[in-house]
Design a protein around this ligand. Structure first.
Ligand code: ZN
Ligand code: ZN
Ligand code: ZN
Length: 209
């Protein structure tokens, strides 16, 4: 596995242009709320804002089908889709503009997709926790169980890794809770402690898939 031993060079990481640099619009994409009705086309049937333009810097980056044909005709536009109320994007629409290596892909409606953001997971007991414990692969950022040997569950978790220059392993598990009130700004999970399991426990994963 590729492990970074040194922090990324200080200063202009984006300009320094490694292949691991994520494009500027990615952060906007990941923080955008999609599937709201378009204010410019309130009465039209296909007015949900599920499009995102890679070429227009815009204060409201999500727009609808009609906006696309009016204002973004010659632009690179990607379409956001939904799976169980989570935003996904098709691999074919982003793999030439984004380095998606390491991100788990899923096949939904016979198309390969990526999740944009980390999905909430039930903690503690329950089916999902059992599944996570049984999976040999986990997201390096949020510890979600993965189906295949990928590093991240979503583009969001990969972005966290890119920005922090790898796993932040210095925060002991007990200290995170105390920090809640202090920060104010949302920490996007970068310092979340990894749920490390004790080594030496034989893992007998049921072969679900
Ligand atoms: Zn519109
Ligand atoms: Zn545009
Ligand atoms: Zn994750």
């Amino acid at each position: 596995m590729l492990r970074r031993v040194a922090p990324p060079a200080s200063g202009d990481e984006a300009a320094a242009a490694g292949s691991t640099t994520m494009p500027e619009w990615l952060e906007t994409l990941l923080s955008t709320r999609f599937f709201l009705a378009c204010g410019a086309h309130p009465a039209s049937p296909r007015n949900e804002c599920n499009m995102f333009c890679l070429d227009c810097p815009s204060p409201s980056p999500a727009f609808c089908y009609y906006c696309r044909s009016h204002r973004h005709q010659s632009h690179r536009v990607i379409q956001i889709r939904r799976s169980s109320y989570h935003d996904v994007v098709r691999v074919t629409e982003v793999d030439d503009v984004l380095d998606i290596s390491g991100v788990q892909t899923y096949v939904i409606n016979s198309a390969k997709v990526l999740f944009l953001n980390e999905r909430p997971q039930p903690r503690g007991a329950g089916a999902a926790a059992g599944k996570a414990a049984a999976s040999p692969y986990n997201c390096e950022i949020c510890a979600r169980a993965l189906l295949d040997p990928f590093r991240f569950c979503s583009l969001g978790c990969k972005l966290v890794d890119t920005k922090t220059g790898g796993r932040v392993a210095t925060v002991p598990a007990g200290e995170v809770a105390n920090d809640d009130a202090a920060g104010g700004s949302k920490n996007v999970g970068g310092a979340r402690p990894q749920g490390r399991r004790r080594k030496g426990i034989p893992q007998r994963a049921p072969f679900g898939s």
